[in-house]
Design a protein around this ligand. Sequence first.
Ligand code: ADP
Ligand code: MG
Length: 402
Amino acid sequence: MKQTLKNMFIKDKRVIIRCDFNVPIKGGNVLDDTKIVKSLKTLNYLLENNCKVIIISHLGRIKTEEDKKDNSLLPVKNTLENLLNTNILFEKDILSEETKNKALNLKPKEVMLLENIRFLDVPNKLESTLNEETAKKLASLGEVFVLEAFASAHRNHTSVVGIAKYLPNCIGFLFEEELNMLNNYILEPVKPFTVLMGGAKVDDKLEIIKSLLPKCDYLLVSGGIANSFLSTLGLNVGASLKTENKTIIEELKTLMLEYKEKFAFPLDAIVETTYDNKPSLKAINKIEDNDLIKDIGAKTITKYSDIINNSKTIFLNGTMGVYEEEEFKNGTIEIFKTLKNTQGNVIIGGGDTISAMNNLGFKNTFKNVSSGGGATLEYIAKNTLPGIDAINEEDNIETLDL
Ligand code: ADP
Ligand code: MG
């Protein structure tokens, strides 16, 4: 077990916390503050313990100087000030002596937010290529490091993995909850355990599929990834998205043979053609060369819903179809409805899957939603993440009551 915040000596200390404040922002305003609100439990705990709190987060992708314009964390500072009801020091010049002096002079219950840590990537990739010098400099701002950004824990980045090397460290409350949830439900699931795997590319999902097949009772395949399986089985999937990678096709064959009884495939599909975009319903063995499979049909929805309703644990990753387009979101909506009403424990993970859930009317519907996209999938596949490896085990000097 990893060191947790509850067991850590943090009273009166300068605590660096790596949060996930990667929130949608438009026109200088935070559009969805869910992630910020979720962090309050940990932040308030630190403040109640008279800590001096130094917050680090990334926002968006920063590849060029231009990217910095729309990705400042300043709007997050404003939102957080309201939520915490306190003033926050906002430091733009992350690695400067001045910032360091201000950090060293923070008083108990004072909060400092550093500018988007990925700004350090331009020009020298000081964040996304683990940079020891930068890690040491960041670590010198605090006395303890708390990793709270589960969604970034698959990144071997300076602010995720680097700082932990130079300070006593632990995972935060949210991180711990998320790990416990994935461990309880996915790594040791109550059976029957059904995995519903949709989404775009099978190449991205092969590792997680391989790790879940031995554990699950059923693997319901959907979305773009189903096309690759169907095509490998010899069915015509027309012009639909599918993998061309021969090694992957071989692996799919092997998996379908080894776990034959666990797989379920779509029976029908909503397609459009390459020459017009009128949607039509077709049986899965009637797909023609110009068809593009873009959603699952009614028979598939019924078949998958029946299996879901006979399961005790259900893990969903990926959407059933191209949910971004009006004509092809029905399958995803119907499956969310089934999951909402089913008796079993439902766990939902994945970046697009979570946006689909929120955008299609299922926000706050499910209890077990894993905040990570890539991080969640990689954790399930490998049972660990670089960020988790960087945190000390529970049983060390920090836990002793000296
Ligand atoms: P996550 O990010 O949650 O892991 P994915 O990115 O794998 O999920 O899945 C969502 C994406 O899959 C969406 O962009 C959706 O348009 C795409 N998708 C789903 N079904 C199909 C399909 N039949 N053909 C092409 N793309 C699809
Ligand atoms: Mg995605």
